[in-house]
Design a protein around this ligand. Structure first.
Ligand code: GLN
Ligand code: ZN
Length: 785
């Protein structure tokens, strides 16, 4: 084999769940035992074949243009399994041939009777979750799965030379965590030299099978990872140098290795650009959407550094759904080429963050549809831009058409609405702050009369099949609005009665009427639309269907007020009003790209502020505004984080600052790594903040103590991610730990998160233990007083 040029057009990855979520159905049937491994493999083949055909038809016709990014569960897990990186706690999972099969793979992803699965965490600044490999000094690496080679061969047998994909060695180790048995301070990156031979062996096998290019994905190079990863920027550069010196040492060609595309999605390479440029890889994919396009002054230097490599210019955004401004992209490509770079066209990231195909959404307004590009449309855009590079004339009609569409978008009704704009323009500092906490706390105490260690839950109660069934029947027109409302009210009454019986202090209505905490608001606000088939993978077989925030946001009518009012009428205890915060609404939607996020967030905040005023008028005294995604949108570069925290915190404050002193504002955040954003949490200025803490055994109280956090706080005492019922004694211990670190007058008692995914039986038992443990803790406090 001789060296082959990099294809002129490519994408960094493609949705793998299937156009109709076929993979979800196939893996879940396999897990449930209702289908065989052979049936699962056959379903995977069908999906891969459909992808190959579709991408070829859309214009990815050159060899190696189609990336081999299929996965049964997660790409990080795929790479861990290929490397044989099984944590010792799982015992022997390899079969007699030293292979990790499908069952071993799913055991790591889902756990077994004795072992928890690998931990899951967010993949860069996206809502996708990957599995975190556990690496220790003793982890044995050996090539343990040929799946990536088999998938290459499968495509080849069907007439397509794909570009196999692996998570690159530096990113793989930087995203791993030290295994439980590793000594204090152990950094997985220290095992770099031990994983490289396995990568090299795999590359050789791929080369022998006929792969011309492989893609090694190195997104960790665009992020300032938390200190937990333990590597300085210089150490990361050194790792890049060592890793790629080893992987490019052998010659390209038969019996040697394929050429290497190093991809760096989700941001600019920044300080790592020099290290990447100095490697021997044959091509580098950079994100020209999140990352900056080099300026005219910088370009000659960039061109010199990347001489001899193909630069795959990620000018089409893989992570959002808006139609590409082809004219702007063509200009970026022109500037790179004029500097003498060898340029190919690509997406900025894999397109698995967006749905398959806009054409499926026939119910959307034709105007809105014309502004959108899902994965399939993005492939078309990449192909058009590659055509532009070959012959500018050939692309002119397409470029002009997009310019017309984008101009029409700017003018379309609902995109910019005067009444919304006037309101945000008139905001002053006073709109962002409440009175001092001390004054509020006194007013709330007089209003609410709560006992010490007040008990509450996070909002949702189990969504039973009756509740989901009722919604499905409403959507199909089998039942009417009135019948649906009656069924939801029955459920609310049952939830309120249960909390009364258990002895909770601040009640919730249980959120049965909500399909999803963001979509529910999107469906009730102006400026949003929802899709029918727009599923994207969240983790494993789980998918979400983000809403589209395309226009100016406002609230045509109260949303949650009638439900809250009804729930309050059933009890004398305070009922919490329950809203989703502006940052979370943005994070879990596809958000317009024609203005800064901060501006959009303020529009959402004002709609929520009106809702809060109406809840107060309806007699609701406690209002929770959930912000579980506050951490998720945090920029990957430290330098960009303060500006984000500033606008995100402000939007929360704008939503809540209209509340009266006597109204108690709660917020809920879903994670426990507080260190990083504790100042921001403080900045939210909520009266009470509930957080996750049960799994980490209350570690977070140390952060709260050292920070001197002064307002109400409810570190979760019940891990709702598992069906396990915490005992009363266990909760008593967690409460004792909390009381030892945080003044008891600040403490609340609650579960880690909403109970939506749990069953009623285990929920009831757990909540009973929570209330009983609280009574004991109160007794201890009284005795010590
Ligand atoms: N109030 C929401 C619930 O209880 C919060 C969910 C979340 O934090 N993700 O379901
Ligand atoms: Zn939560």
């Amino acid at each position: 084999m001789t060296e082959k040029n990099f294809p002129a057009a490519t994408i960094l990855g493609y949705p793998r769940i299937g156009r109709r979520r076929e993979l979800k159905k196939a893996v879940e049937a396999y897990w449930a035992g209702t289908s065989s491994a052979a049936e699962l493999e056959a379903a995977a083949d069908t999906i891969q074949l459909a992808t190959l055909r579709r991408l070829t038809e859309l214009g990815l016709t050159e060899p190696s243009a189609i990336p081999g990014t299929f996965s049964f569960y997660d790409q990080v897990l795929d790479t861990a399994v290929a490397l044989g990186a099984v944590p010792a706690r799982f015992g022997a999972l390899h079969d007699a041939d030293g292979e990790l099969g499908l069952d071993a793979y799913f055991t790591l992803a889902r756990g077994n009777a004795e072992q928890q699965p690998l931990e899951m965490t967010k993949w860069f600044d996206t809502n996708y979750h990957y599995l975190v490999p556990e690496i220790g000094p003793e982890t044995a690496f050996s090539l343990s799965s040929d799946r990536v080679v088999d998938e290459f061969r499968f495509a080849q047998a069907n007439g397509v030379v794909t570009r196999p994909y692996l998570v690159g060695p530096v990113t793989f180790l930087l995203l791993s965590k030290a295994s439980d048995d590793a000594p204090e301070g152990f950094a997985p990156l220290s095992r770099l030299d031990d994983v490289l031979p396995v990568y090299a062996q795999l590359l050789e096998r791929l080369g022998a099978a006929g792969a011309e290019w492989v893609q090694l994905d190195e997104p960790a190079l665009v992020a300032d990872l938390d200190s937990a990863a333990g590597a300085t920027s210089a150490e990361v550069s050194a790792a890049v140098e060592r890793a790629y010196a080893a992987l490019t040492a052998s010659a390209v060609g038969t019996a040697g290795r394929p050429q290497i595309l190093l991809s760096a999605p989700y941001g600019g390479l920044g300080e790592q650009a020099a290290a990447v440029a100095a490697t021997g890889v044959e091509a580098v994919a950079i994100d020209l959407f999140k990352g900056a396009v080099p300026s005219a002054e910088e370009l000659p230097e960039v061109a010199k550094k990347f001489a001899g490599k193909t630069l795959v210019a990620g000018v089409v955004d893989g992570h959002n759904i808006w139609r590409n401004d082809l004219k702007a992209s063509a200009a970026k490509l022109d500037s790179l080429r004029a500097a003498g770079l060898d340029v190919a066209v690509g997406t900025s990231t894999s397109t698995f963050h967006v749905p398959h195909d806009v054409e499926e959404e026939t119910q959307l307004d034709a105007g809105l549809r014309s502004w959108l590009a899902f994965a399939d449309q993005k492939v078309g855009e990449v192909a058009t831009l590659a055509g532009y590079l070959a012959d500018p004339e050939s692309a002119q009609a397409a470029i002009d058409e997009v310019s017309r569409v984008l101009a029409s978008r700017a003018e379309a009704p609902g995109v910019r609405r005067a009444e919304v704009r006037e309101r945000t323009a008139a905001l002053t500092d006073a709109d962002f702050s409440r009175s001092d906490f001390a004054a509020r706390a006194a007013a709330q105490e007089a209003e609410l009369h709560l006992p010490p260690l007040p008990t509450t839950t996070i909002g949702s109660f189990p969504q039973t099949s009756q509740v989901r069934g009722a919604r499905a029947r409403l959507n199909k027109g089998v039942i009417g609005e009135a019948e649906y409302e009656r069924l939801m009210k029955d459920e609310i009454k049952r939830v309120v009665d249960l909390q009364e019986e258990l002895g909770f202090d601040v009640l919730v209505h249980g959120e049965p009427e909500r399909n999803d905490m963001v979509q529910y608001f999107a469906e009730n606000l102006d400026g949003f639309d929802v899709t029918v088939h727009g599923w994207v993978q969240s983790y494993g077989s789980r998918c979400t269907r983000p809403s589209i925030l395309w226009g100016d946001v406002s609230r045509p009518a109260p949303i949650t007020v009638p439900w809250a009012e009804y729930a309050q009428s059933l009890t004398d205890k305070p009922m919490k009003g329950m809203l989703t915060g502006p940052v979370t609404i943005l994070a879990w939607s596809f958000v317009r790209n024609d203005q800064p996020l901060a501006e959009t967030a303020n529009q959402v905040a004002l709609a929520l502020r009106d809702e809060i005023a109406d809840l107060e008028a309806a007699g609701i005294k406690v209002i929770q505004v959930d912000e579980p995604a506050l951490r998720e949108l945090l920029p990957l570069r430290r330098a960009d984080q303060p500006a984000y925290l500033d606008w995100s915190v402000k939007s929360f404050r704008l939503a809540t600052a209209g509340a009266a002193d006597a109204t108690q504002v709660h917020t809920h955040l879903c994670y426990s790594e507080f260190g990083v954003i504790i100042d921001a949490i403080d900045g939210l200025d909520a009266d009470v903040t509930s957080i996750e803490a049960a799994r980490s055994r209350m570690e977070v109280v140390n952060d709260l103590e050292s920070h001197g956090f002064g307002r109400g706080v409810g570190p979760g005492v019940y891990d709702i991610h598992s069906p396990r019922v915490p005992s009363q004694g266990e909760i008593e211990e967690l409460l004792a730990t909390a009381v030892a670190h945080v003044p008891s007058r600040q403490l609340w008692v609650n579960p880690d998160c909403g109970l939506k995914t749990r069953g009623y039986a285990e929920t009831e038992e757990s909540l009973r233990n929570l209330v009983e443990a609280t009574k004991v803790a109160r007794g201890v406090l009284a005795a010590n007083a």
